[in-house]
Design a protein. Sequence first.
Length: 196
Amino acid sequence: MASARPFLELSVADWLDELAGPRVTTGGGSAAAFAVAMAAAVLVMTARVSKATWGGGGAAAAQAEALRARATPLAQLDAELYGQALTARDAAAGLPDDRRDWKIGHAFARAAEPLLEIAHTAADVAELAAEIAAFGDPRVRADAQAAAALAAAGARAAAALVAVNLTAVEEDPRIAEAEGLAQTAERSSARARAAQ
């Protein structure tokens, strides 16, 4: 079970305590979602600063704000669905093997959904970061590059967790999808780093 209070109502200190706590439901997926949301927030700032020197700054700020709104609730959703998967696993212990495997596989497949969305959002954030690093105000280029790195790390973390959650079906295509999104985010991060 995740925190009794919604994550977005916690102070940063309380959120870090929640993450460090003994519950496994608030872990890598929730941290990855917030990393991606923070990367998007940094991009909102960089795009706003860039409006005076780049005609695309306003549109980039709006896009970054939309990405932040997509990423932010995923931390809570990840923790809740993972908690439900753990509960389903424990509840299925006495079932016949085929029924138990189906129930557990289904629960962990649901738990992989927010992780896959984290990877999708992270790839989009990293792509926008590369654009802002290339065209935005040079004063905030390093911030856009940092946002790209955060997004790529979030995508990579989400891909690793998707692979762990989707072990019930051999060669589940969502594992390859998450891996592809992580690679896309990493390529975008490399483009952001190369921006001059």
